[in-house]
Design a protein around this ligand. Structure first.
Ligand code: HEM
Length: 114
């Protein structure tokens, strides 16, 4: 069980790395929303929900998990709004683009510091 849990944590971190790495590439590039960022969010979300199940390895901190879930939903909304604007040929507004990266980092900080 512990090995499986560790594998899901690694998948969760791959999701985070994919989302944040994809965002960093765009931060120094064209500042667009990409499929890599969207996939990273989906991977981090699905693995995060799986980690939130009772694994019998200690009490999950549901206040922390709930906060991370709210932040991820906001990041998902920003990705959705930015992606829709791009499809209409508009550019992604700066606060929206920076919000994605900053909130992703906020979630990593919550995960480690809380
Ligand atoms: C972009 C969004 C997210 C980022 C950047 C992120 C980041 C991280 C990081 C860095 C860890 C490892 C912390 C450590 O081992 O001390 C972690 C663990 C965890 N995350 Fe996330 N996370 C995100 C979204 C979520 C979501 C949406 C959920 C649940 C709804 C979630 C649930 C968890 C849980 C339960 C753990 C603990 C795993 C354990 O038991 O060690 N995460 N997260």
């Amino acid at each position: 069980m512990e090995i499986l849990h560790s594998i899901v944590v690694i998948i969760h971190l791959i999701g985070f790395a994919t989302l944040f790495g994809g965002w960093l590439v765009e931060a120094v590039g064209k500042r667009r929303i990409t499929k890599v960022m969207q996939w990273g969010l989906v991977i981090a979300l699905v693995a995060g929900l799986a980690l939130s199940a009772p694994w019998g390895l200690g009490d999950p901190n549901y206040a922390k998990i709930g906060t991370k879930l709210v932040v991820v939903i906001i990041v998902g909304a920003l990705l959705g709004i930015g992606g829709a604007r791009q499809k209409r040929g508009e550019s992604v507004p700066a606060p929206l683009f920076w919000g994605i990266g900053i909130l992703t980092l906020v979630n990593a900080c919550i995960a480690i510091l809380w």
